[in-house]
Design a protein around this ligand. Sequence first.
Ligand SMILES: Nc1nc2c(ncn2[C@@H]2O[C@H](COP(=O)(O)OP(=O)(O)OP(=O)(O)O)[C@@H](O)[C@H]2O)c(=O)[nH]1
Ligand SMILES: [Mg+2]
Length: 234
Amino acid sequence: MAIENKPGDGFDTVFCQNDSVGLGSHHDYDAAQARIFKIIVIGDSNVGKTCLTYRFCGGTFLKNPEATIGVDFRERTLQLDGETIKLQIWDTAGQERFRKSMVEHYYRSVHAVIFVYDVTSLTSFESIPEWIEECSRHSVGPMVPRIMVGNKCDLRDRREVPTSAAQCLADSYSFPLFETSAKDPAEKEHVDAIFLTLAYRLKSHKPMRLKQLSESSVRQLWNQREEEAAICQC
Ligand SMILES: Nc1nc2c(ncn2[C@@H]2O[C@H](COP(=O)(O)OP(=O)(O)OP(=O)(O)O)[C@@H](O)[C@H]2O)c(=O)[nH]1
Ligand SMILES: [Mg+2]
């Protein structure tokens, strides 16, 4: 899957093929054999989905992100207990007009879901049940791990969502809850921990050899996305 990174066009695809956690480096052979897991990141617009995924895959805080149109793909390869695992992360659009024709693609063959809200926006938190409902409507099975993430914890004075309320909601769905900040460099490892939690859970699932998203299907999604962007700008 080779898509070039075109900074500034709103489709920043970050592939960190040689990243590793745990055991040192790995070889191309390992990467070719890697199990691939598709993780979608869902939530209202502006909660920080793009910044969180960029922090995990790119290692830095993405300044001035544009609203995601359709989906942006990011990928990170991990070494977990000697096994190479690829996380294919789908950074979805929060704005309805930028996502409506893509929703089916988001949920197809998904392995894990991350629901994100902004701790400084009660509205974004109150939307979480609707996102969970959308996920269920698309036949995402109960065995697919789900995680809830409250982002922007660095904005301490502007917090609107208490941890206790978030924990209560997460418990009601039996989801793990993380509160973090894509912006705060001190939270970098915490952001990693969110994705690693999922990676370890997915790793322990029954082994399955998964097809990598083919270049043609990525191209197709990209073309669709560009058509929508053109329509939306009219
Ligand atoms: N202070 C603070 N700002 C953040 C953080 N994460 C993201 N932001 C800001 O929040 C805004 C929205 O971030 P995005 O990552 O684009 O949000 P998104 O959820 O991807 O939005 P859509 O693509 O429209 O769905 C940007 O101005 C970011 O700089 C964070 O952890 N702390
Ligand atoms: Mg985005």
